[in-house]
Write a protein that binds this ligand. Structure first.
Ligand SMILES: NC(=O)c1ccc[n+]([C@@H]2O[C@H](COP(=O)([O-])OP(=O)(O)OC[C@H]3O[C@@H](n4cnc5c(N)ncnc54)[C@H](OP(=O)(O)O)[C@@H]3O)[C@@H](O)[C@H]2O)c1
Length: 324
């Protein structure tokens, strides 16, 4: 099979698409013929050795895919060859075939094509967990989303609106804010001039946002800490800008706010029933047309490096997928 292969850590364009041996399913595993793979920020980090998990070499990045089961290992009873599935693979998905443990599989809903299925689990799973379980977002509250034109950001606008919040979308370009507006954001803020805090305060009568969803970190996170409302919740989603902020805790005291960590991958293992319930609700919202992955660009496997680089160089909007 063909796969985008990382043999040692290095820049995204140092890894090549190669012909390698097909994976084989062992007990409790299946092989999925990948039809589409979602690209997300962890793919940028994992091939450079900057992610929290470092798989043994050689490996392919790609944590989420949709495809068709082509081989079933010993002891697998709930899945059969020919099933259409979504798989959360951790890595290995940017390839024609991927090995997946049966507990990481979900049936691909009839309402979804392979591209939507590949684009769905990581971003919607993370955001719903963040806003529902971690942020306790209530209808009528104001939600600020930073990086609002990106992968997880676009899902935060959609889910925030579906949960009845007033959504302020913040991003660095008019192109990204146009996407946010089309998704239903009530207000938009361009922070390319470095100004976020004052603009949020102006839109909230000086109070600040009740819940803030921040996948960016760095200076943007520090500004978020200064425009959170009394008893607000600042959700730590990620650090796409690079720096991990060090927060003076007096800000949390003065605002009476909570800084809430969100680690969806750990939630799926620690609380599988809650996660499964979340997906039942997310798939229902998708079937009702209330959620629609914002796939703005599809690449071929041969162009995998370009696809991943588009997230690294901040050019990607919405969700990027690779079609096999
Ligand atoms: N906590 C979890 O469980 C979880 C799950 C999934 C993803 N994440 C994290 O969420 C973050 C976003 O992931 P994603 O897949 O949505 O990525 P993405 O599509 O590339 O979006 C990230 C956004 O970050 C902003 N950004 C600011 N500075 C940047 C920089 N120097 N380089 C690149 N982007 C920059 C960009 O928006 P502007 O240009 O508008 O600023 C960009 O649209 C990542 O840190 C990822 O690891 C966390």
């Amino acid at each position: 099979m063909k796969a985008y292969v990382c043999r040692e850590f290095g820049p995204v364009d140092s890894h090549k698409v190669e012909e390698i041996e097909d994976p084989r399913a062992e007990a409790g595993q299946v092989i999925v013929d990948v039809k589409a793979a979602g690209v997300s920020f962890p793919d940028v980090l994992i091939v450079q050795g900057k992610y929290q998990f470092q798989p043994p070499f050689p490996f392919s990045p790609g944590g989420e895919i949709a495809g068709i089961i082509s081989e079933v290992g010993e002891g697998v009873v709930d899945w059969k060859i020919g099933d259409r599935v979504i798989a959360m693979t951790g890595n290995g998905g940017i390839a024609e075939k991927v090995l997946a443990f049966e507990m990481t599989l979900m049936p691909l809903p009839d309402s979804m094509d392979f591209k939507d299925g590949a684009a769905f689990p990581l971003n919607y799973g993370t955001t719903y967990y963040a806003l529902k379980q971690r942020g306790q977002l209530q209808a009528g509250e104001t939600l600020l989303v930073t990086g609002a034109g990106g992968g997880v950001g676009t899902t935060a606008i959609e889910i925030g609106k579906a949960m009845g919040a007033r959504v302020i979308a913040a991003a660095s370009s008019d192109e990204k804010l146009e996407i946010a507006k089309n998704l239903g954001a009530d207000e938009i803020i361009n922070y390319s001039d470095g100004e976020l805090k004052e603009k949020v305060k102006a839109l909230t009568g000086g109070l600040g946002a009740d819940v803030i969803y921040d996948p960016i970190g760095g200076d943007i996170f520090m500004q978020c800490m200064r425009c959170i409302n009394w008893k607000g919740r600042v959700l730590v989603i990620g650090f796409a800008s690079g720096p991990i902020p060090e927060v003076p805790t007096n800000l949390a005291l003065l605002k009476g706010c909570s800084i809430v960590g969100v680690f969806w991958g750990r939630f799926t293992g620690a609380e599988p029933e809650e996660n499964s319930q979340n997906f039942d609700e997310l798939f229902a919202l998708h079937a009702e047309g209330k959620l629609k992955p914002q796939i703005t660009k599809s690449y071929s496997l041969d162009d995998a490096a370009e696809a991943i680089a588009s997230l690294e160089n901040r050019k990607a909007t919405g969700k990027v997928v690779i079609e096999m």
